[in-house]
Design a binder for this molecule. Structure first.
Ligand code: SF4
Length: 337
């Protein structure tokens, strides 16, 4: 594996504090807030920051040339808004505390998890993490607050190879493994979710499967995918879904363990959506509220939604007329008109 370990650049991204008082809506931007894809599963994103720099990161977290801004959301604001949406969804809501970065890097993450678990309609709260912030104390709190599962991305159990995959010399796989074993011992449900990067960590995946099996953890193997803004590993081979699922079947047989996670395993079902309020092609006036997640973007607010406006040179406080060019799952992208 020739990929270099890269350190997070010295320059710091702009950090936007999203509070109720800021007036920034929690629906509309992929990088923070609440994502509803029309089911009983809500993705709750409390921060976009991450402490790692994986060579295959699908969101390119910590590439400040792509993402010059990070966000941190006040947990009381996030709790209040999630509660309203959970009421609309009804019983059996599943919360994924996930992120385009590392959710546990939020200083009040554990408290947020505990608060969300108290919402009447919420049945399950799942933490999606790289595992680096899991201390004994935090694990005990998660257990005390009744959180249901921790999904941890573990791509190798070899210390040096893990550092390379996570792109950071500070990554300590033994610490993560110890934390998982402890969490399992005190009764937390663990799901290990390695990304299989073909030609990079093939053998490592088998070691992760063995480690998970030995400790009674579930596994949800993830496929390495590349996108316009994702980080790519030079040595990684492209793979079809056919090949991916065939290899999964082979490993499932060899290790007598289930590796493929299906939607029905997660109890996800269709539910009423949060109303989509602006159509594609529609023109609206938006108030600029903060910098955007991608370079050149600013975030505007209209009809209680965030709208990411491409190539926008307006300042916070300005009003801008925009045309919506994308609206998927209430995530709005626009251009200035
Ligand atoms: S831990 Fe996750 S968000 Fe952070 S760099 Fe790695 S893949 Fe990206």
């Amino acid at each position: 594996m020739k990929e270099e370990i890269v350190q997070i650049e010295k320059i710091k991204p702009k950090l936007v504090n999203i509070t109720k008082e800021s007036g920034i809506p929690l629906i509309g931007c992929i990088a923070f807030g609440i994502i509803d894809r029309g089911s009983n599963l809500l993705q709750i994103r409390c921060t976009s920051s991450c402490n790692m720099k994986c060579g295959f990161c699908s969101t390119s977290a910590n590439s400040f040339d792509i993402h010059p801004t990070n966000y941190i959301v006040d947990i009381n604001y996030l709790f209040e808004e999630t509660k309203k949406i959970a009421e609309l969804k009804g019983k059996g809501v599943i919360i994924f505390l996930d992120s385009v970065g590392e959710p546990m890097s939020h200083p009040n993450f554990i408290e947020l998890g505990g608060k969300l678990k108290t919402i009447e309609e919420v049945e399950e709260v799942v933490v999606i993490t790289n595992g680096t912030f899991l201390s004994k104390e935090k694990i005990e709190k998660l257990k005390e607050y009744g959180l249901d599962r921790i999904n941890v991305s573990l791509h190798s159990i070899d210390p040096e190879r893990s550092k390379k995959l996570f792109g950071m010399t500070s990554y300590d796989v033994d610490k993560v493994k110890d934390a998982l074993v402890y969490a399992g011992k005190i009764g937390l449900n663990i799901m290990v979710t390695p990304v299989w990067v073909p030609n990079v960590n093939d053998k490592d995946i088998e070691e992760v499967i063995k480690f998970s099996k030995e400790n009674g953890f579930g596994i949800g193997l993830q496929k390495y995918e590349t996108y316009r803004y994702s980080r790519k590993m030079k040595k990684a081979k492209k793979q079809t879904y056919w090949k991916f699922y065939n290899k999964i079947k082979e490993w499932e047989k060899a290790y007598d363990i289930k590796l493929k996670v299906r939607a029905e395993d997660l109890n996800v079902e269709k539910r009423e959506r949060i109303p989509e309020v602006i159509d594609i092609g529609e023109k609206v006036y938006a108030d600029i509220v903060c910098n955007g997640w991608l370079t050149g973007q600013m975030i505007g607010k209209a009809k209680d939604r965030c709208i990411s406006v491409n190539e926008c040179n307006k300042e916070i406080g300005d009003k801008v007329r925009v045309k919506i060019i994308e609206n998927k799952n209430n995530i709005y992208l626009a251009e200035c008109v």
